[in-house]
Ligand binder design. Structure first.
Ligand SMILES: [Zn+2]
Length: 97
């Protein structure tokens, strides 16, 4: 089934999920990620773009644009938070509810 979702680039900002919600989901899924999350928050504090989380865009990290390995993408598609190999942010697929 190839139900290609034509991307509406204009609505990009609305697909970004609130950080509070992401934090809740992440910790429910990976309680051990808490320490990493705190480190990321300190590291990216004050950045205008993304904090500790970034949405996946065009098979890459939404923040630093590094391409994500297909294995990682598959996990993300199942709703698992993965980490960016470059910037270490937690990545998620924004369209998934
Ligand atoms: Zn990244």
């Amino acid at each position: 089934m190839s139900k290609s979702k034509e991307i509406c680039e204009r609505s990009v900002s609305s697909t970004v999920i609130r950080e509070e919600e992401l934090t809740e989901r992440l910790l429910a899924q990976q309680p051990a990620a808490k320490a990493t999350l705190e480190r990321l928050r300190v590291r990216f504090e004050g950045r205008s773009d993304y904090g500790a989380f970034a949405p996946i865009r065009n098979r890459g990290c939404g923040a630093c644009k590094v391409t994500i390995a297909s294995q990682g993408l598959q996990r993300a598609q199942r709703g698992v938070f993965i980490t960016c190999a470059n910037c270490a942010r937690f990545l998620y697929i924004a369209a998934v509810e």
